[in-house]
Every structure is written in structure tokens, then in C-alpha cells.
Design a protein. Structure first.
Length: 99
């Protein structure tokens, strides 16, 4: 038996599962702010937070399942999320997306 075990499972697997629940709770809080946000910048920030937490959740899932596919999906979500945040921020500032 190598490594530290908690409840019969390796410590790293237990920690990853616990952190997945914590990130899931953060996603629920971000969703609440997205739906309830009083202003448009609050909602954009909540959307960006949901983007980051979704990336974190996919990375953790990939670590838990030991699959590289989830890392690639997280990279695609990161690129699309960045573009989406920039477009929404530009819309808030100028009220026009295309220059």
C-alpha cells in the first residue's frame, strides 16, 4: 500500500471529489448572481465567473477520470469565454459591437 488513503481511497481522489463539490457550489452562487444581478456589469462578471468555474470543473473531472479529453474541452471553453467577455464588455461601454 503506497501513499495516504482516506476511507479506502487515495487521498488525491478524495480531495478532487471534495473540490468538485466546492466548485459546484461556486457555480450555483455565480448562477444566482447571473439571474439576480441588479446591473448588466454584475451579470457579465457572473457569466465570466461561471466560465472560470466551468473550466475548473472540467479540469477536475479530467483529473478524476484520468482523461485528456476534458482538458481540451476546458481549453475551448476558455477561448470562447474570453471572446464572449470581451464582446459583452465592449457592448456595455459603447452600446455597439462592430466598429
Amino acid at each position: 500500500m503506497t501513499g495516504i488513503h482516506v476511507l479506502g481511497f487515495p487521498l488525491i481522489d478524495t480531495v478532487i471529489i471534495v473540490v468538485m463539490y466546492v466548485v459546484g457550489a461556486a457555480m450555483l452562487i455565480g448562477l444566482w448572481r447571473l439571474l439576480r444581478g441588479p446591473t448588466l456589469p454584475d451579470r457579465i462578471l457572473a457569466l465570466d465567473t461561471l466560465n472560470v468555474t466551468a473550466i475548473a470543473e472540467l479540469m477536475l473531472l479530467g483529473m478524476h477520470l484520468r482523461s485528456a479529453v476534458y482538458f481540451e474541452a476546458a481549453l475551448i471553453i476558455a477561448m470562447l469565454g474570453f471572446v464572449g467577455t470581451v464582446v459583452l464588455s465592449k457592448y456595455v461601454i459603447r452600446r455597439d459591437i462592430v466598429e
